[in-house]
Design a protein around this ligand. Structure first.
Ligand code: HEM
Length: 488
């Protein structure tokens, strides 16, 4: 079993919740409980029928895209009591922009490119709603994002979940004042999560007896960096049994381990006065390993995507769970216990965190365990991410939850209320990434243009449409958001 403060953070959320699904209207539309999925994979229930691709693409020709955009806009800025929108705790307006952008990113970021020839994953299929993706720790609290979006889904019935999630993320960026050039519809949903199994299975507590039950949480082919502390988690080599396709750290963390590797006390740069010794330099190698070698991104696209993604929204870890049931088995087991429980809404939403109406929600949420926004206006597009990365000295810090993150050394800086992950700081510690960060800080228009291109590629590539233009060629239903100039 893998354990650490940060890792535990993700695992804690893999826990059964006491929030009832009738507290959250439409929640069940967005997430299929694992037991239902597993039954369908075992053939106990016939898979639901979905319309043919030809029929879906034909129907899309009459989709009212401006109306869909307006409905997402209305939802994005209208905070719901059952999952309050972020913003006010950081001095900004309430908005689900960060949450919806992360939803689209996590749905799309399962994409893997193998030897430049074979693709797997991606958002098309919407398997994030299904086991095993809905149990990956990286996807914590995205069940709430899908539950919120279900309100729109109910109005636009036949729009696929994969089109809706990617469009909502893109619209969220555009509505926040960010760059979005174009979006194409046409993604088909899968009826179960079968095609995500090669990406890794985690969370098998209630899955005894099934052929899918073996958790891939630990990688058979693993290593530690020579400078890395021996008690810190091993990393997953790119080659794994049966060509498994998880990211560099482990199954369940499908992108990059945000805390980065912890240094040995004998390593260069180790400082015993620091609250942690996470290495941004080594973290950069892990970012590149995942983004370039596993997902097929260039270094430039990687920097643009991380900087743009971490312009909106925030991290969530405003609560110390030590001494509560959430810090004990089964809640903190690696591998999600939560989705295997019918009706579960995950996470410590039972009031353990915080007090009052927002206990366990809103500003009292624990998702990753890190805490704080990257920018001074996380509900609105801005350029703080790169500007502050360069202008500030970032020093090791802890979140209230106990995760290792970075704060500004200057406590009176205008950026003092923002934070960075080790993976963010890695972008200025790496000699290839750093000049790109400098370019984007100096030329915001270039950053906007590169981010918009990379985001388009992100949400359009998938196993079914591996190249960024494939979907457009296949379905031919796109918008360049011309209509937004006419909106009030
Ligand atoms: C090195 C790669 C990355 C790492 C390690 C990383 C890690 C994280 C973590 C730990 C959180 C906090 C989750 C929470 O507690 O709610 C987060 C949030 C977020 N990430 Fe990333 N991320 C990475 C790349 C990206 C990329 C490429 C995008 C988009 C293009 C993105 C978009 C977002 C957004 C929008 C949020 C805010 C979510 C919210 O406001 O609820 N991230 N990320």
């Amino acid at each position: 079993m893998l354990r650490s403060v940060g890792f535990l953070g993700w695992a804690v959320l893999a826990a059964a919740s006491e929030m009832r699904s009738d507290d959250f209207p439409n929640y069940d539309q967005g997430t299929i409980p694992a037991w239902k999925d597993l039954a369908s994979l075992r053939g106990a229930h016939p898979a639901a029928q979905v319309m043919s691709k030809a029929e879906y693409h034909r129907q899309l020709k009459s989709l009212d895209i401006p109306r869909l955009y307006r409905e997402i806009a209305a939802l994005m800025t209208s905070s719901r009591p059952y999952w309050p929108a972020d913003g006010p705790q950081d001095g900004d307006v309430p908005s689900y922009a960060g949450l919806f952008a992360r939803l689209a990113w996590h749905c799309s970021g399962s994409f893997r490119l193998i030897n430049d020839t074979h693709a797997a994953g991606g958002c098309e299929g919407a398997r994030q709603r299904h086991w095993p993706e809905n149990e990956w720790r990286d996807n914590t609290n995205l069940d709430k994002a899908r539950g919120l979006l279900a309100e729109v889904k109910l109005q636009f019935g036949d729009v696929s979940w994969s089109d809706l999630m990617t469009f909502a993320g893109t619209a969220a960026i555009k509505l926040s004042g960010g760059p979005a050039k174009k979006f194409c519809f046409g993604r088909m949903d899968d009826v179960n999560g079968d095609r995500s199994i090669p990406l890794g299975v985690e969370g098998v507590t209630q899955c005894r007896g099934s052929k899918f039950c073996k958790s891939d949480a630990e990688c058979p082919n693993s290593f530690r960096w020579p400078e890395q502390n021996d008690t810190d988690h091993a990393r997953c080599n790119i080659e794994q049994p049966k060509h498994r396709l998880q990211a560099s750290h482990s199954v369940g963390l499908i992108y990059v381990y945000p805390e980065g590797p912890e240094l040995k006390s004998t390593a260069d740069g180790y400082n015993s006065n620091f609250v942690h010794n996470r290495s941004p330099k080594l973290s950069a190698l892990e970012v590149r390993d995942t983004f370039r070698d596993r997902m097929g991104w260039t270094d430039r696209e990687t920097v643009a995507l991380i900087g743009g993604g971490h312009t909106l929204g925030r991290t969530h870890g405003n609560c110390n769970l030590t001494g509560t049931k959430w810090a004990q088995a089964p809640y903190n087991n690696v591998g999600p216990y939560f989705e295997a429980t019918p009706g579960s809404l995950r996470g410590p939403t039972d009031g353990t965190c915080g007090t009052g109406a927002e206990a366990g929600r809103g500003k009292n949420t624990v998702s990753s365990g890190f805490e704080g926004p990257w920018t001074r206006s996380p509900s609105r597009w801005n350029y703080d991410f790169f500007d502050a990365l360069l202008s500030e000295e970032w020093v090791p810090a802890k979140s209230p939850y106990g995760a290792d993150q970075w704060h500004t050394r200057n406590e009176t800086s205008k950026f003092a209320r923002t934070m960075r992950l080790t993976a963010d700081v890695s972008l200025v510690a790496d000699k290839i990434y750093r000049p790109i960060v400098e370019e984007y800080a100096a030329d915001h228009a270039q950053f906007d243009a590169d981010f918009a291109d990379a985001w388009f590629k992100l949400v359009h590539r998938s196993e079914d449409h591996p190249h960024k233009d494939d979907l457009e060629k296949d379905a031919g239903v796109c918008t360049s958001f011309e209509f937004t100039t006419l909106l009030p």
